[in-house]
Design a binder for this molecule. Structure first.
Ligand code: FAD
Length: 531
C-alpha cells in the first residue's frame, strides 16, 4: 500500500489546480485519474473540440435519462476522461461569474464565498491579456483574446449596440466589478495556438515537483474507518489496490463522478443505497440532488455569402490552408472555439443579473450537429438561460463502479425556464434584424420565421436543444442540510472533502470553468490551513 498526505480523485479542472497548490506547500500528493495521458492532438488544437465531444476514449460517453420536457430524448452529456478532465475537451470560454452569483452563495450559508472573498482567487490563477486592475497577470493559466476577429464579429458588435446593448471589451470586467451586461468576444484558455487546459497549466508543474499520478485508474470507492476517510480503492490494469491518505481524501471527480463515488462508498440517500445493495455508511440525503446545468437552443441564420461565414474555411480542401496558417502564424479557424462572441442580457425589468446568454460564431451546422458544417454560409446563435430553476439528480444505476450513473438534469421542467428561453430567442431575432446586419444576415433557417408563438418557440427548444455542459451542485456546500460545510468538508465524515463543480450551491450565470478553478484555488488554502 502506498500512502500520501493528500489523495485527489480526478485530474480535471479542480484536481489539477489542487495538485499544484498542495504539492507546492511541500505535501505529498497522489492524483487518481480514470483517463489516460492527453496526447491526442485534438485536445490541444482549440477547434479540435468539435471532433472529440463524444470521443469514446477521451470522454465518459454519458447520456441523460430521457425526459418528456425535452422531447423524451437521451441527450449526449460529455465529460472529459483524460488528464485535464473537462478542461481538456471544453469550449475554452473563460468567464468570471457575476458578483451576485457568489454573494447569493454567501447568503445561502456559504460563509467566506462572497464575491469579495472569491474574486482574488480568480485573479490568482490566471495570466490574462487584459489590463483591468482586477484581472490576474501572473497566474499559470493563460487567458487570451481571440487570435483572429472574423469580419462578422465586428458587425455583430455594431448590431448589439444598435439594439441598445453595451459593448465592453472585457467580458470579465470592468463590468465584473458591478454586474455584467452586453456584447463582447469570449476570452479563451489558450496559450498561442494551443489550448491551455488545467493539465497543461497546473498538473504539468505538479508532476515535475513529484506528484504521483495514477492514470487509467478507476476509483472504486472511498475507504472509511471509524468515520474517517483513509484512502481510495482503485482498479488499474485489472488489479485493485488501495492508495492511502495520511491527511485527507479530496474528491475532484466532477459533478457526476463525485456524487457517484460517494454513493458507491455508502455515503448518500440511505434508501437509494439500500435499493442498490450498498451498505449505508452514512445517510446523506443531499448527495446527487440539486443537479443544475444550462440548456441551450441553437438557432441558425443564412448569411449573404461565404465572406461572412467560415463554413467553407472548415471544409476540405480549404481546411488545409488553415492547417498551414495555424502552424505558421498560430491563428485562423483552428484557434476558434464554439462561442466566439456572446451577449449577456436582462430580458425582464428589475433583474439583478443577466438572465440570458446568447453566444455563437460565424459557423452553422447541418441539422444542428456540431462538427458537420452546412454547405451554404451560415451563423449559429446559442440561446440559454443564465439561472435555471429546474433541478435534476445523479443516482446509481448499479452498485458496479464501471456502470454509468443515471443522469437526470430535468431541463425545462420549470415553467420559468421555458419562458426565459422564449424571451431569449426573441432577443436573438431582434439582434439579427438590427440595421448593421442588413445585407449580411439573409434569413432565419432554424427554427424559421414560421415559428412564432411562445409555445412553438419552446417546443423547438425542447425538441432540439441540449446541455451547455455545465453540470454542478450535486454535492453542494452550505448551511445545515447541505452535504458540505463551507470548508467543503463532507458533514459527518472526517478527512473527506469535495472540491469541484459539485460543491456549487447554485450555478453561476455563465460558463463555469473559471469558477471551478477559483473554488479549487480557495479550497487549497482551506485544506492547508486545516492541516
Ligand atoms: C464539451 C464541454 C464544453 C465546455 N465548455 C466550457 C466553456 O467553454 N467554458 C467554461 O467555462 N466551461 C465549459 N465547460 C465546463 C467546464 O469545462 C467544466 O465545468 C469543468 O471542467 C469541470 O471541472 P471539474 O474539476 O468539476 O470536473 P472535470 O474537469 O470533469 O474533472 C473530473 C475528472 O475526474 C475524473 N474521474 C471521474 N470519476 C472518476 C473515477 N471514479 N475514478 C477516477 N477518475 C475519475 C474524470 O475522468 C475527470 O478527469 C465545458 C464542458 C464540456 C464537457
Amino acid at each position: 500500500m502506498t500512502a500520501f498526505d493528500y489523495v485527489i480523485v480526478g485530474a480535471g479542472s479542480a484536481g489539477c489546480l489542487l495538485a499544484d497548490r498542495l504539492s507546492a506547500s511541500g505535501a505529498s500528493v497522489a492524483v487518481i485519474e480514470a483517463g489516460g495521458r492527453d496526447r491526442h492532438p485534438y485536445l490541444h488544437i482549440p477547434a479540435g473540440y468539435a471532433r472529440i465531444l463524444t470521443h469514446k476514449a477521451l470522454t465518459w460517453g454519458f447520456r441523460t435519462a430521457p425526459d418528456s420536457a425535452t422531447g423524451s430524448r437521451a441527450l449526449d452529456y460529455p465529460r472529459g476522461r483524460v488528464l485535464g478532465g473537462s478542461s481538456s475537451i471544453n469550449g475554452l470560454g473563460h468567464v468570471w461569474g457575476d458578483p451576485s452569483d457568489y454573494d447569493l452563495w454567501a447568503q445561502k450559508g456559504c460563509a467566506g464565498w462572497s464575491w469579495a472573498d472569491l474574486a482574488p482567487h480568480f485573479a490568482a490563477y490566471e495570466r490574462a491579456e487584459e489590463d483591468g486592475p482586477h484581472r490576474g497577470r501572473t497566474g499559470a493559466l493563460h487567458v487570451q483574446h481571440l487570435a483572429e476577429l472574423p469580419p462578422l464579429v465586428a458587425k455583430m458588435r455594431e448590431a448589439a449596440a444598435a439594439i441598445g446593448l453595451p459593448t465592453p471589451r472585457d467580458m470579465n470586467g470592468p463590468g465584473a466589478e458591478g454586474g455584467r451586461e452586453g456584447f463582447s468576444t469570449f476570452q479563451q484558455t489558450r496559450n498561442g495556438r494551443r489550448r491551455h487546459s488545467a493539465a497543461t497549466a497546473f498538473l504539468k508543474p505538479a508532476l515535475a515537483r513529484g506528484v504521483a499520478l495514477f492514470d487509467q485508474a478507476l476509483a472504486l470507492r472511498i475507504e472509511l474507518s471509524e468515520g474517517r476517510a483513509t484512502g481510495i480503492r482503485i482498479r488499474r490494469g485489472g488489479a485493485e489496490q488501495m492508495v492511502a491518505a495520511r491527511r485527507e481524501v479530496i474528491l475532484s471527480a466532477g459533478a457526476i463522478g463525485s456524487p457517484h463515488l460517494l454513493m458507491l462508498s455508502g455515503l448518500g440517500p440511505a434508501q437509494h443505497l439500500q435499493d442498490q445493495g450498498i451498505a449505508v455508511q452514512r445517510d446523506i440525503p443531499g448527495i446527487g440532488r440539486n443537479l443544475q446545468d444550462h440548456y441551450i437552443a441553437r438557432l441558425t441564420w443564412r448569411l449573404a455569402d461565404h465572406r461572412w461565414s467560415a463554413n467553407r474555411r472548415i471544409t476540405w480542401p480549404r481546411l488545409a490552408l488553415e492547417v498551414v496558417r495555424w502552424l505558421a502564424r498560430g491563428d485562423g479557424v483552428l484557434t476558434w472555439s464554439p462561442g466566439m462572441f456572446g451577449v449577456f442580457a436582462k430580458t425582464e425589468p428589475g433583474l439583478e443579473a443577466p438572465d440570458i446568454q446568447l453566444n455563437g460564431g460565424p459557423l452553422s451546422w447541418a441539422e444542428g450537429r456540431i462538427g458537420v458544417p452546412e454547405d451554404a454560409p451560415g451563423l449559429t446563435i446559442g440561446v440559454w438561460q443564465c439561472r435555471p430553476q429546474s433541478r435534476g439528480s445523479v443516482t446509481l444505476a448499479s452498485a458496479d463502479p464501471a456502470q454509468a450513473p443515471v443522469i437526470a438534469p430535468r431541463f425545462l421542467t420549470e415553467a420559468a425556464d421555458r419562458a426565459a428561453l422564449a424571451r431569449g430567442i426573441r432577443l436573438a431575432r431582434r439582434w439579427m434584424a438590427a440595421p448593421p446586419l442588413a445585407g449580411i444576415v439573409r434569413e432565419e433557417v432554424r427554427p424559421g420565421p414560421g415559428v412564432e408563438s411562445d409555445a412553438d418557440l419552446i417546443r423547438f427548444a425542447a425538441e432540439t436543444g441540449g446541455t451547455v455542459y455545465h453540470p454542478c451542485g450535486t454535492v453542494r456546500m452550505g448551511g445545515d442540510g447541505a452535504p458540505l460545510d463551507p470548508r467543503l468538508r463532507l458533514r459527518g465524515v472526517a478527512a473527506l472533502r469535495v472540491v469541484d463543480a459539485s460543491a456549487f450551491p447554485d450555478i453561476p450565470v455563465c460558463n463555469i470553468n473559471a469558477t471551478v478553478l477559483a473554488v479549487a484555488h480557495k479550497a487549497a488554502g482551506l485544506i492547508l490551513e486545516d492541516a
